[in-house]
Design a protein around this ligand. Structure first.
Ligand SMILES: [Zn+2]
Length: 255
């Protein structure tokens, strides 16, 4: 009898050792600051409009995003609020797509203000407030801290630079940055979507639209500008642009 117990003991010991050795390594989890819910409720309207269950889902996604993506100071002091806002801008557009991961993003660089095409913060052309990198900067996003905060502080505007940049990443995930998020939009709607973007750009150029003029630059910018408006002022967007809103719904909410 004693031997049976000894054998059992040894077996259990072996199993415990095996489990300890082969335990999957968990990547370091980002610790959300104690007041993160307060920050989200105060600054992020999308979040404050969610019910308790919805907020819980948002919190989990936020933590997962901030654990996976490095946020680096580039002469700007990055505070808890900035990290929370960057995470919120990442989650808002893909909130309803539960399995979405930004596999094309590794790092976000935070600059104090605007910068130019060469990522310089001084010089003549300091006009860019956000950017998704290419070439050696592939998988890197650059944001201006001032614009990041501005996008969330001003509750009545339809601008949000950080959401704009994340929408570019979503667009780019299918391999081409072209204003058509193929991973999210069913193929049967693609032609209709392209036509709608063209028509929207046309009406902006003719001064017949309340959509930001930057949207007329290209279909890529048009999509990102529309998404900012859609997520920042959903009701106004739906009533002023029902057809576009229906399409945004297909892209970001359907399923
Ligand atoms: Zn853009």
């Amino acid at each position: 009898m004693e031997t049976v117990f000894q054998i059992l003991f040894v077996l259990v010991l072996i199993i415990v050792i095996i489990l300890a050795v082969f335990k999957p390594r968990q990547s370091a989890t980002f610790a959300l600051p104690d007041n993160y819910q307060e920050l989200l409720n105060d600054y992020v309207t999308f979040y404050s409009n969610l019910d308790e269950q919805g907020k819980k889902v948002f919190d989990d996604r936020l933590q997962k995003f901030l654990s996976a993506v490095k946020i680096t100071e580039a002469n700007a002091e990055v505070e808890d609020l900035d990290r929370i806002l960057i995470g919120a801008a990442a989650i808002i557009p893909v909130y309803f797509i539960s399995d979405w991961e930004y596999v094309n993003l590794r790092e976000v660089l935070v600059y104090p203000g605007n910068f130019n095409q060469d990522y310089e913060q001084h010089g003549n052309e300091r006009m860019i407030s956000g950017m998704v990198g290419t070439g050696s900067m592939e998988n890197v996003m650059i944001l201006s801290k001032w614009e990041l905060r501005q996008g969330f502080i001003n509750g009545t505007s339809n601008h949000n630079t950080a959401i704009h940049e994340f929408v570019h990443l979503i667009d780019k995930m299918d391999g081409t940055l072209d204003g058509v998020p193929e991973l999210l939009l069913e193929r049967k709607y693609v032609a209709q979507w392209k036509q709608l973007l063209e028509a929207t750009m046309q009406s902006i150029r003719q001064g017949r639209s309340d959509i930001d003029a930057y949207g007329a630059t290209s279909p890529v910018e048009c999509f990102a500008v529309l998404a900012e408006y859609y997520f920042e002022q959903p009701e106004a967007f739906r009533s002023s642009h029902p057809e576009l809103a229906g399409m945004m719904q297909r892209i970001f909410v359907r399923r």
